[in-house]
Design a protein around this ligand. Structure first.
Ligand code: CP
Length: 319
């Protein structure tokens, strides 16, 4: 694997899921694979799971880990090409990436959508600069439009929790929130589910359809109860409007996931990438109930990251 920013970077999804599940059985099976190499984890936005699971995964492979919480600890970065930097910004992202090239064998970056300029976000204005200027493999720790390490963890979680021979029905359901949230997790989950052997549907209120470049032919149902019928997995996530970019059109019905709503499912397992706003996106009873596999899903973030780092190291070690 040369880089990891989308599902298209994975040669064989089933193989990498299998690899991650083997790593889960024995996380220290390749303790020297990253020996003498350094991964830089650069966070332009907050994180709990991605930061810690990536650190554990890298350490399990013997990698040196540099973590930079850039928004708090680094110089104020400039992202605009040709900017006259006579204001608040102190260091251009191009220069920061060139310096990271000197220190790191792999650069992983978290760069959320700015949610102000749709074109900038759709075009991945920050991640694209890393892809352009990095001389080492780039890994996305969530970008403006995708969260691939989360999606791989989601695929691992569905694979290990599915039962029976039947293709599982997986429903991605929109959930309420108090502020505009990016579409990255929803987009990414939709992209990855289309590569899995599942029946996949999305349900969201009118005005909240995701970008069709990600959802393609996936059915989008605007009636949540209808969509939840016979579901084996329900993935709960908020996102703001894509069409009316970053807006939050009014929603009259109650979309928060409750045990009552789960009654029409096939005893569905409930997933969420976290962090979650309890009793806004889903109820305490769902979060703490027997159907929730949310903490198992969070644990799988380690094995998702480790499988990806391991494949990137295969490429580096072969040079
Ligand atoms: N799910 C996820 O990416 O969590 P963090 O934002 O805490 O990393």
């Amino acid at each position: 694997m040369k880089k990891f920013t989308a599902v298209s970077d994975v040669d064989n999804l089933q193989e990498i899921i299998k690899k991650a599940l083997l790593i889960k059985e024995n996380p220290l099976s390749e303790p020297d694979k990253g020996k003498g190499k350094t991964i830089g984890l650069v966070f332009l936005n907050s994180s709990l799971r991605t930061r810690l699971s990536s650190q554990i995964a890298a350490q399990n492979l013997g990698l040196n880990v540099l973590t930079l919480n850039a928004a708090q600890e680094a110089w104020n970065l400039e992202f605009a090409d040709g900017a006259v930097m006579n204001g608040d910004t102190v260091e251009h992202i191009k220069d920061a990436i060139e310096v990271l090239n000197q220190y790191c064998d792999i650069i992983a970056v978290r760069c959320f959508a700015g949610m102000k300029n749709k074109e900038d976000d759709v075009n991945e204005s920050i991640l694209s600069q890393f892809e352009q200027h990095a001389k080492v493999p780039v890994i996305s720790l969530e970008s403006a439009t995708r969260h691939p390490l989360q999606s791989l963890a989601d695929c691992i979680t569905i694979t290990e929790n599915r039962t029976g021979e039947r293709k599982p029905k997986v429903v991605l359901t929109w959930a309420p929130h108090i502020k505009p949230i990016a579409q990255a997790v929803g987009n990414s989950f939709a992209e990855w589910m289309q590569e899995m052997e599942v029946d996949f549907v999305i349900t969201n209120p009118e005005g909240y359809d995701l970008d069709r470049n990600f959802t393609k032919a996936v059915p989008v149902i605007h009636d949540q109860d209808e969509a939840l019928k016979d579901a084996d997995f329900v993935y709960v996530k908020n996102w703001s409007s894509f069409d009316d970019y970053a807006a939050m059109p009014e929603v009259k019905e109650n979309w928060m996931l409750t045990n009552e709503k789960l009654e029409v499912t096939n005893d569905a397992k409930v997933m969420h990438c976290l962090p979650v706003r309890r009793n806004v996106e889903l109820s305490d009873e769902v979060m703490d109930g027997e159907n929730s596999i949310i903490y198992r899903q969070a644990k799988n973030r380690i094995f998702s990251a480790q499988a990806v780092f391991s494949e990137i190291l295969d490429e580096l070690n072969a040079k």
